[in-house]
Design a protein around this ligand. Structure first.
Ligand code: FES
Length: 363
């Protein structure tokens, strides 16, 4: 096998360079892993659990206008920095992931933005972890577990994963191989429907309080990371709250719009934007000035002006649309996609920031 071209001395990959697809591997009937490298040989520096936004030419006949940007958590680990992988599941309505499955080929180059995100156990050091995932929410857990394995200091991890059927379970064999080799990783799998005529050694049914107690009797002492469809995470949150878990130690990742539980008080926001009030945004790097209304978002004005600010979730969660505000004021209501430090340094999320008067953005 050819010695990989490594550029260790250089800076790590940054998103000014396109990514080149090197490998496509089916994981389950509707889930594939796509691996990318940097053509220059630059290495990848990110935190296990972070995501990347891919710019996909779903309709090449429309040029840039035919691109869609989608955010995918990396299933690879930064402890293996020569490449990155994303593992994507195609739902019935997916456009971008379906395009990847039908059109992505090794050798193809695409633009990508990031890595970003704050869902990583690097940010919450603890002695014991409880990783809870469902469906493709397993990807950040796989990244963190691989990192823990590669670090040689396997912490105490209970890895809970829920799927509809055993054949839907992504990375099952890899996880079982890891768990067979280290006592610190305890795999707890549950399915709603075991496959007929196949023995299923795991749990059966939806994750419940009783099941959680059996899977991780010391769950109250563990730092919890949860990722999956929003209804699943809502059920986990409500279950932990009712069990008396200290939610300061609960972290979740999702690219779906958040649903508040009764226990989570809504953020009171007394700013009422005036639909008639005019605003102006100057995009300094592009030298574009756009007039708009206070009720517009910086992202929508940029798009209308033909500018490309990368975006993912569009509701202030993923952090992909982070841009620097050079002057003026915005009204920003985000969902955790930006840190207080970044806000203090002048960064905003374009998708959930409304211009108040004249604003200058570095884009
Ligand atoms: S697009 Fe996700 S935070 Fe703006």
């Amino acid at each position: 096998m050819k010695k990989p071209r490594r550029n260790w001395a250089a800076e790590p990959w940054d998103d000014s360079e396109m990514l080149e697809c090197t490998q496509i591997v089916p994981e389950t009937p509707d889930t594939w892993t796509f691996t990318f490298r940097s053509p220059s040989g630059a290495w990848f520096d990110y935190e296990p659990g972070q995501f990347i936004t891919l710019d996909l030419p779903v309709d090449p006949s429309r040029g840039e206008a035919g691109n869609v940007q989608r955010t995918y958590t990396m299933s690879s680990s930064p402890s293996r920095p020569l490449s990155i992988s994303v593992t994507a599941k195609a739902h019935a309505t997916s456009v971008a992931t379906r395009w990847m499955m039908d059109h992505m080929k090794p050798g193809m180059r695409i633009r990508a933005y990031g890595p970003s995100g704050i869902f990583s156990f690097h940010r919450h050091p603890a002695k014991k972890y409880l990783l809870i995932s469902a469906g493709s929410g397993i990807t950040p857990m796989m990244s963190m577990t691989t990192w823990a394995w590669d670090s040689g200091e396997m912490p105490d991890i209970v890895f809970v994963h829920a799927a509809r059927r055993p054949s839907d379970m992504i990375f099952r064999d890899r996880l079982q191989q890891l768990a067979n080799r280290v006592p610190g990783l305890q795999l707890r799998l549950t399915v709603e429907e075991p496959e007929p005529f196949k023995a299923w050694p795991g749990f059966h049914g939806r994750l419940s309080q009783i099941m959680l107690g059996l899977m991780a009797p010391d769950y109250l002492e563990r730092e919890v990371f949860c990722c999956g469809p929003e209804p699943f995470m809502q059920a986990v949150r409500e279950m932990l709250i009712s069990l008396g878990y200290d939610m300061e130690h609960y972290h979740q990742e999702s690219f779906g719009a958040p649903i508040a539980t009764e226990a989570e008080a809504p953020v009171i926001d007394d700013v009422i934007l005036d639909d008639d009030a005019k605003a102006q945004i100057r995009f300094a790097a592009s030298e574009v000035v756009a007039t708009c209304h206070e009720t517009d978002t910086v992202l929508s004005v940029a798009k209308r002006s033909g500018l490309n600010i990368p975006s993912g979730c569009t509701f202030g969660l993923c952090g992909t649309c982070k841009v620097r505000k050079l002057s003026g004021d915005v009204h920003m209501v985000h969902n955790g996609g930006i840190s207080d430090e970044d806000i203090e340094e002048g960064w905003i999320l374009a998708c959930c920031s409304n211009p108040m008067g004249k604003v200058e953005i570095d884009a």
